[in-house]
Design a protein around this ligand. Sequence first.
Ligand SMILES: [Zn+2]
Length: 362
Amino acid sequence: MKKHCVLPPLFGAVLFTVSSAFAGENHKPAEGGAMLPIRGLHCFAPHKPEAAACEKFIREVLPKEGVNHLVLEFNYNFAFKSHPALGSANGLDAQAVKQLLKACRESGVKLIPQFNCLGHQSWAATTSALLKQHPEFDETPHVPADNKGIYCREWCPLHPEIHAVVFALMDELADACEADAVHCGMDEVFLIGDPKCPRCGGKDKAELFAGEVKKLHDHLASKKRVMWMWGDRFLDGKATKIGKWEASENGTHPAIDLVPKDIVICDWHYDKAPETPRYFLAKGFSVVACPWKNESVALGQLKIMRALAAEQGGNKALLGMLQTTWVPFARFEKAYVGEGESSDGPGAAKCFKALFAEMRKP
Ligand SMILES: [Zn+2]
């Protein structure tokens, strides 16, 4: 345990306590009976031609597996009316979303739309619609058009006109889904506070990140919607040794103390199952643990959540599990029925089945 002595006081204490508890032979986490309130699946939203297959999947698979929350990541894959140029002709429109919403409701599933904010504004050489149409919002306009040398583009959180556009898109999506919660993404932000940005250069990155979280949160709260987001930028990657992907090594982690607490943190970890849910709980957030394609990690995260539930009794902030998939919807659906290619789809489908089988145990 001494190797963790560089941890900040709270996080250090948290890790010591939980790890010690798990090391004790007498410590028995609650068995299957600890039913966590959220048993979710995260998928990319289908394209228009896949809508019927998605509806079938919602009706036939989700109730059978025990899924009660579906986070659909749309981003710009939606036929936006407020900003048609930022949407996709191949994306669902509001009417098609209503069909999925009906299927969700009739299947006992809550639908939560996701719109990636701040980061993930490009993927490989392809820049997403927002920064293509509005290069003035780009945090790093000096980066070559093929995105060479960066992970993903980000928008500038201090551009005075960015939020009017983004809020219109988010509201339109949330209205179509009749959602009382929106997942804002916010993961893997690396470029924030770029020294060449005339607005952000030289500013504290934790304050910049927290400022953006607060803006999004306050807007959603004004519409009576709860903000969900990935948790990685709130974790200290160096002190915890979790690294720069699942945690932050670019100075954003102190933002955890600067943002509202009524945010649902989606605590994703794909290689190991660290005790981070306890950290988020101790900071006052609600937390959902998120695996991907490693069954032992998923079951480890479930064990942590159940142990916390047993220990903390009726703590309503312990929300549950959200299985991520990270392949296009159609590929995940095929992988689920065993028709997957040898890519990430089958791994995620296998992990999903193992996790939900465990969660269904009485
Ligand atoms: Zn900026």
